[in-house]
Design a protein around this ligand. Structure first.
Ligand code: C2E
Ligand code: CA
Ligand code: CA
Ligand code: CA
Length: 280
């Protein structure tokens, strides 16, 4: 038992140092990446479950590293948050997405809304960055309804008061706000009391385990009922099968997102879907 213990400690430290080195590398490369704009956005359609119509999409970032290929946002977003690069990076994301949604609204889909994932620090200083976004939209004649902000509970835990005030302002401007990954944090329900969200996104871990009469289905059904009582629309994430879709429709869920409909798409591929939708 003793030697096993030693081995596992050895293994643990080795693991930690690879993780550590990887993080150091990401930190180092991320600064250059932001300067050189080694990023691009992909867009995952959000469909109305009963009509299959696309009127929303979620913008997701991709980092094309010059030597290492694609790096997942799961690996670098939290590093960007830690080293304070997220504000600058998000500024680039917002510019990219707002131009794109404006162009798509004009050419293909006047009611299109694109959601952007936001990080806690963006709500600091009374939400200065987010307020600047609203101003920027107004200046360019882009309706604030074109952009929706996704926020996880993680954010709300970190700075309650500042976040509440910043979010209130954002909603005054007409940007909608979604609570992301609902059900995965410690106090999901408590936040619903203090914040007014327009959309609730059910986390994929509930959706992906749905099958007839199981607990995950019961939980999704209960969340959907609750959301409707609180006047929020529900978006189910990570729908991969027709059965999950049918169970969600039966439960009264309005919107869905997931590989069953489409993976996150390049600008050209998403645009092709909008064109196709207009011709049918
Ligand atoms: P998220 O906001 O929960 O985004 C959903 C993730 O689930 C995306 O992963 C998406 O590709 C994936 N997904 C969508 N449908 C399915 C499905 O049917 N099955 C499965 N297995 N997965 C599905 P992605 O793009 O790797 O993003 C991961 C996370 O990184 C996001 O989670 C979000 O928290 C963060 N992130 C991504 N882009 C941005 C960004 O622009 N800004 C910030 N702050 N965070 C971002
Ligand atoms: Ca999200
Ligand atoms: Ca999510
Ligand atoms: Ca997530």
């Amino acid at each position: 038992a003793k030697s096993r213990g030693r081995n596992s400690i050895h293994y643990f430290t080795e693991n930690m140092s690879t993780d550590f080195l990887k993080r150091m590398e990401i930190m180092r490369d991320l600064r250059t990446a932001v300067e050189q704009k080694q990023f691009y956005m992909v867009y995952q359609p959000i469909v109305n479950l009963s009509t299959q119509r696309i009127s929303k999409a979620e913008a997701l970032i991709r980092w094309q590293h010059p030597h290492k290929g694609m790096i997942s946002p799961l690996e670098f977003i939290h590093v960007a948050e830690e080293i304070g690069l997220i504000v600058e990076l998000s500024e680039w994301i917002f510019n990219e997405v707002s131009q794109q949604v404006n162009s798509w609204r004009k050419r293909f889909c006047p009611e299109l809304t694109i959601s952007i994932n936001t990080s806690p620090v963006q709500y600091k200083n009374n939400g200065a960055q987010i307020n600047a976004w609203a101003d920027s939209l107004l200046l360019r004649g882009i309706p604030c309804e074109a952009i929706s902000l996704e926020i996880t509970e993680h954010l709300l835990m970190e700075n309650q008061l500042e976040a509440v005030e910043a979010l209130d302002k954002v909603r005054l401007h007409g940007m909608s706000v979604a609570i992301d990954d609902f059900g995965t944090g410690y106090s999901s329900f408590a936040y619903l009391k203090d914040f007014d969200f327009d959309f609730l996104k059910i986390d994929q871990r509930f959706v992906q385990n749905m099958s007839a009469d199981n607990k995950d289905t019961a939980l999704c059904e209960a969340i959907i009922v609750m959301a409707s009582k609180l006047k929020m629309s529900v978006i189910a994430e990570g729908i991969e099968t027709e059965q999950q879709k049918q169970l969600l429709i039966k439960a009264g869920c309005t919107f869905g997102q997931g590989y069953l409909f489409a993976k996150p798409l390049s600008v050209a591929d998403f645009e092709a879907l909008l064109v196709e939708q207009n011709s049918t």
